[in-house]
Design a protein around this ligand. Structure first.
Ligand code: ADP
Ligand code: MG
Length: 325
């Protein structure tokens, strides 16, 4: 299939109509018109076969996830998503693959009114690079750097499903996971192959959270970024980390804690806020159907410590995902 036809396959499946796209796919550049009074937020994330997703992954889910992980970064800063660019590196011009991929990408794009305005196709080992752009009213975007001692620490949704899902995908026939409840396995696999970016929650948190980050590397590692950028320490209470019913069906005790605290790929929002705002935060997140749990507190000092109910530190073997580690 010629490259031009592949571009047309993608274009026809990602047709979000937006007034702020003056010129979309087809020319050398897209022409976009940012909304007055807003700041532009830009981010990019790449998924590489064998590093970020398993070989022979479902192309529809891959298209969805490639956009989802990028939208999660906009969510973390409270931005309204608007535009995306897509760089595809493909081992061969496989029209069926590209069609399914673009359907998955386009489905999530449509849900959030994201217009795909351009991109690139090259040949090589399978990789997907996405650029997303969004808006926030001037001065309102959430950052990692605003946490202050005395703030409480919160996380949306549940933790650990991403890693549990990956382990279920990789489970060999004889392993304990392969024999666990099919319903629980499917639930966590859905969370890792088709994550939900918390865009509505991020927007709600503008003006309420003092700092925010999305949980892509594992809660302790991600809160480590907040602590460093904010110049504070963070204490996380292990027993308060939220777990899904599926995770509880698959793991118990220390094993579950390790998955919750050290697992990546959850795409929830971890944020800090003055405890005085808690009632309002809970109410406004509930209004967008987002669950939230208080998991710790910001203290003076540095670093992130995981504590048991008696206040003793729990030291985990793996604190999160790191490239080149
Ligand atoms: P150029 O050679 O000038 O970079 P291309 O021939 O690569 O242009 O692309 C033609 C048009 O198709 C451009 O508008 C480009 O943004 C768009 N495009 C190319 N690949 C993709 C893709 N994977 N997804 C979306 N748009 C794409
Ligand atoms: Mg050109």
């Amino acid at each position: 299939v010629p490259e031009f036809d592949l571009i047309e396959l993608i274009r026809s499946r990602c047709l979000a109509l937006r007034d702020d796209v003056v010129l979309g796919i087809g020319d050398d550049c897209a022409i976009l018109e940012p909304a007055p009074g807003h700041e532009l937020l830009v981010s990019t994330d790449t998924l590489v076969e064998g590093v970020h997703f398993l070989p022979d992954s479902d192309p529809w889910a891959l298209g969805w996830k490639a956009l989802a992980v990028n939208l999660s970064d906009l969510a973390a800063m409270g931005a309204e998503p608007a535009w995306a660019l897509l760089s595809l590196t493909l081992p061969c011009a496989d029209a069926a693959f590209v069609t399914a991929f673009a359907d998955g990408f386009g489905r999530l794009a449509a849900e959030h009114r994201v217009a795909l305005v351009g991109g690139d196709i090259t040949s090589g080992p399978l990789a997907v690079g996405v650029v997303v752009q969004g808006f926030a009213p001037r001065g309102t975007a959430l950052r990692r750097s605003g946490a202050r001692a005395g703030d409480a620490v919160y996380v949306t949704g549940t933790l650990g499903d991403g890693l549990a899902g990956l382990r279920c995908l990789q489970a060999t026939a004889g392993s304990a996971l392969a024999h666990a409840s099919a319903e629980a396995r499917e639930a966590v696999i859905g969370r890792v192959t088709r994550p939900t970016p918390q865009l509505a929650a991020g927007r709600v948190l503008r003006g309420l959270a003092s700092a925010c980050i999305d949980t892509s590397d594992g809660i302790l590692a991600d809160l480590g970024h907040v602590a460093r950028r904010s110049g504070v320490g963070i204490e996380v209470l292990a027993s308060s980390l939220p777990a899904s019913p599926a995770l509880c069906a698959l793991y118990a005790g220390d094993e579950r804690l390790a998955v919750q605290a050290g697992g990546g790929d959850d795409y929830q929002l971890a944020f800090t806020a003055s405890p005085e705002r808690e009632t309002e935060i809970v109410r406004r997140l509930a209004a967008v159907e987002c669950a939230v749990a208080r998991i710790g507190r910001v203290v003076e000092g540095r670093g992130v410590r995981l504590l048991d109910d008696g206040g003793a530190e729990i030291v985990l073997e793996h604190r999160g995902w790191e490239h080149f580690a």
